[in-house]
Design a protein around this ligand. Structure first.
Ligand SMILES: [Zn+2]
Length: 174
């Protein structure tokens, strides 16, 4: 059974209902693309569902399609805005896969040289080259410190969101 994290109230529902529109980069009928408050990489964002659903297993077919379309749109914007070395996408289902908020979110991350993430998402990076040894589980001891380091001001987040938004491809005519 997939154990879900508990967060009450749901922070992503709050983002979706928020008056301040600065956090929202892009939107569609089923999704919102938002700036991630923790900028492990500058420009890191998430595609979230408008509906409060927890995991991939709860999505409708329409939501599945909308999420990947939105992810591709923002990936294109990130490439234009930051000229990254790579685009990492990932999504966690359940606390044992690193999910921290029980509301579906799909990470889209521009990767740059010098990042200390290693090759994958922080909690999953077990490759030799990522500074962790295979078979060694993630030590969360330094996480609080890392989170503090990657938290940026609301002003800086808003500026990052503006830059990405200005690089979105035009919406295709229906
Ligand atoms: Zn929610």
């Amino acid at each position: 059974m997939i154990e879900l994290p508990v967060r009450d109230p749901c922070d992503l529902c709050e983002v979706a209902g928020r008056e301040e529109r600065w956090a929202i980069i892009d939107e569609s009928e089923h999704t919102l693309t938002v700036i991630n408050p923790w900028q492990f990489e500058t420009g890191q964002c998430c595609v979230i569902t408008r509906r409060h659903v927890a995991t991939l297993l709860d999505l409708s077919r329409e939501e599945c399609e909308s999420i990947l379309v939105a992810a591709k749109r923002v990936a294109e914007a990130l490439v234009k805005a930051y000229d990254p070395l790579g685009i990492l996408t990932f999504q966690n289902n359940g606390v044992y896969s690193g999910q921290e908020t029980p509301h579906f979110h799909f990470h889209v991350v521009p990767r740059q040289a010098g990042s200390d993430w290693g090759i994958g998402p922080p909690q999953l990076a077990t490759f030799d080259g990522a500074g962790r040894r295979r078979g060694i589980s993630h030590d969360p001891g330094g996480d609080a410190q890392r989170r503090t380091r990657v938290q940026v001001s609301a002003k800086q987040l808003a500026e990052t969101a503006d830059l990405i938004r200005s690089n979105l491809p035009p919406l295709r005519a229906a």
